[in-house]
Design a protein around this ligand. Structure first.
Ligand code: CAA
Length: 399
C-alpha cells in the first residue's frame, strides 16, 4: 500500500518547526542576514523546543521522531531561511545520526546525549582548502602517540565551525595508504572545541546564508584520546559517506522548503502586481515560471519523502538521497531565479525576501556533493558502475 498521509506526530513536528521559524525567526531574519549575524539564541530556542534532538532516540537525550519528521522540520526551517536548516544538517544529519550509528555506548553517553538535549552543538568537518569533492585529497593527519592521537591540519567551509562544541574530524591515519589514495587510510575522530590546539574562524563575504556561521578549523598538535576514534581505524571514508547520506537528506528536504517559499511569494505577488491592465499572474510567461515552481515542489517533495521512507524502514538509500538532493537543489536555484524574475525590479532589492532566497540557494548546489558529483553518481548507478553495498553499521530504524 502507498500511503501519503502524515501521522499525528509528523504533523505536530511540522507545525512546531513552522511556528518557531515563522513567528520567532522570520521577523528578524532580514536584519540578521544584512548584518551577517549568527544569532546564538536560535540554537538555545531550538534546543528548548527539541528541534536539535529530532530523530535521536529519547534514551540518548533526543526528542525522537522518525526521519520524515526530520525532513518536514527541514522544509519548514528553510522556508524561512536556509541558515536555520543548515543547523539541523550539521548538528543532527551529519553529526548526531552518525554518532548514533557508529558510536560506542560510551561515546554516545558522552557526546550524543548532550547533543540530543541541545546542551552542546555539533558539526562535521571533512572539507579542506584543497579537498572538497575529492575526499581522499584531504591533508589532515593523525599520528598515534600512546593513549592519544595527535591531529594536525585545517578544515574549511564548515558550517557552525566557529560555534559548535563538538566536531567530527576526518584525517589520514595511514600515510602509506595516503600516497596510494587508498581511502581505507582515513579515520574519523570526535574532537572537542575545548581540546588544546583547536582554533576556529568565521568566513566573511559569503554570497548567501549570511545569517549562518561558516568557517574554518585549524588543528595544531591536538591531543585526541584514543577512545575518541569513531568506528574502526581506517573506516573514516565510509563514515563520511554515511554521514553525507543523512546530511544530503536534510539538504534535499530543506531545498524543497525553499522552492515552496519561492512559489508562495511568487503566487502572492503575481496576484497583486498589475501590468498591461491585468495582474501579472494572468500573463502566460509568468504562469510558466509559477507552473515550474509548483511542479518542482511536488517532485522534490516526493523524492525526499521516498528517501525518508527508505530510512524509516531500515533500507540503505544513498542513490535515492543523492537524487533527491540533486533535484531539489537544482529546483531551488531555478525557482529562486524565477521568483526574482516574477518580482521584476522589486525582486532585485532586499525589500522582498526573494533576493535572499536567490543568494541562499546556491550553497547547497555546491556543498554536500556538488550537482556534478550527484550527476556522476546517478549515471554510474544506472550504467551499472556503482552499487550500494551493505555497510558494517546502518542507520537505526526509529523508535
Ligand atoms: N555509506 C557507507 N559506505 C559507503 C557509502 C555510504 N553512503 N558510500 C560509499 N561507501 C563505501 C563503499 O562501499 C566503498 O567500500 P569498499 O572500498 O569497501 O568497497 C568505499 O566506501 C568507497 O566508495 P566509492 O568507491 O563509492 O567511493 P568513490 O571514490 O567512488 O566516491 C565520490 C567518490 C562519490 C565522489 C565521493 O568522494 C563523494 O561523495 N564526494 C563528495 C564529498 C562531499 O559531499 N563533500 C561535502 C562535505 S560537506 C562539508 O564538509 C562542509 C560542511 O559544512 C558540513
Amino acid at each position: 500500500m502507498v500511503d501519503f498521509t502524515l501521522t499525528e506526530e509528523q504533523l505536530m513536528i511540522q507545525k512546531l518547526a513552522r511556528d518557531y521559524a515563522q513567528k520567532e525567526v522570520a521577523p528578524k531574519i532580514k536584519e540578521n542576514d544584512q548584518k551577517a549575524f549568527f544569532d546564538k539564541t536560535i540554537l538555545t530556542k531550538m534546543a528548548e523546543l527539541g528541534i536539535l534532538g529530532l530523530s535521536i532516540p529519547t534514551k540518548y537525550g533526543g526528542s525522537g521522531g522518525d526521519y520524515i519528521s526530520l525532513g518536514l522540520a527541514c522544509e519548514e526551517l528553510e522556508y524561512v531561511d536556509t541558515s536555520l536548516r543548515v543547523i539541523l544538517s550539521v548538528h543532527v544529519g551529519l553529526n548526531s545520526l552518525t554518532l548514533l550509528t557508529w558510536g560506542t555506548e560510551a561515546q554516545k553517553q558522552k557526546y550524543l546525549v548532550p547533543q540530543g538535549k541541545g546542551e552542546k552543538s555539533a558539526t562535521f568537518a571533512l572539507t579542506e582548502p584543497n579537498a572538497g569533492s575529492d575526499v581522499v585529497a584531504i591533508e589532515t593527519k593523525a599520528k598515534k602517540d600512546g593513549d592519544h592521537w595527535i591531529l594536525n591540519g585545517e578544515k574549511m567551509w564548515i558550517s557552525l565551525a566557529d560555534v559548535a562544541d563538538h566536531f567530527l574530524i576526518f584525517a589520514w591515519t595511514d600515510q602509506e595508504k595516503r600516497k596510494k589514495r587508498d581511502h581505507s587510510g582515513i579515520s574519523c575522530f570526535i574532537v572537542e572545541r575545548a581540546f588544546l590546539g583547536v582554533t576556529t574562524a568565521t568566513i566573511h563575504g559569503k554570497l548567501g546564508i549570511r545569517a549562518g556561521n561558516t568557517g574554518s578549523i585549524a588543528m595544531s598538535d591536538v591531543k585526541v584520546p584514543k577512545e575518541n576514534l569513531l568506528g574502526q581505524e581506517g573506516e573514516g571514508f565510509k563514515i563520511a559517506m554515511f554521514a553525507l547520506d543523512q546530511g544530503r537528506y536534510t539538504v534535499a528536504s530543506g531545498a524543497t522548503g525553499l522552492v515552496h517559499a519561492c512559489l508562495d511569494a511568487s503566487v502572492k505577488y503575481a496576484n497583486e502586481r498589475k501590468t498591461f491592465g491585468d495582474v501579472i499572474g494572468k500573463h502566460q510567461l509568468v504562469k510558466e515560471m509559477i507552473s515550474d515552481m509548483a511542479t518542482s515542489y511536488e517532485i522534490a517533495r516526493m523524492l525526499w519523502l521516498k528517501a525518508g521512507w527508505l530510512k524509516n524502514t531500515g533500507q540503505r538509500c544513498t542513490k535515492e538521497t543523492s537524487l533527491a538532493k540533486m533535484f531539489a537543489c537544482d529546483a531551488s536555484e531555478r525557482a529562486s531565479g524565477n521568483a526574482v524574475q516574477t518580482y521584476g525590479a522589486y525582486g532585485y532589492s532586499d525589500e522582498y525576501p526573494v533576493e535572499r532566497f536567490y543568494r541562499n540557494c546556491k550553497g547547497a548546489v555546491i556543498y554536500e556533493g556538488s550537482r556534478e558529483i550527484h550527476k556522476l553518481m546517478q549515471a554510474d548507478y544506472v550504467l551499472g558502475y556503482r552499487e550500494d553495498k551493505p555497510t558494517r553499521c546502518s542507520l537505526p530504524i526509529p523508535e
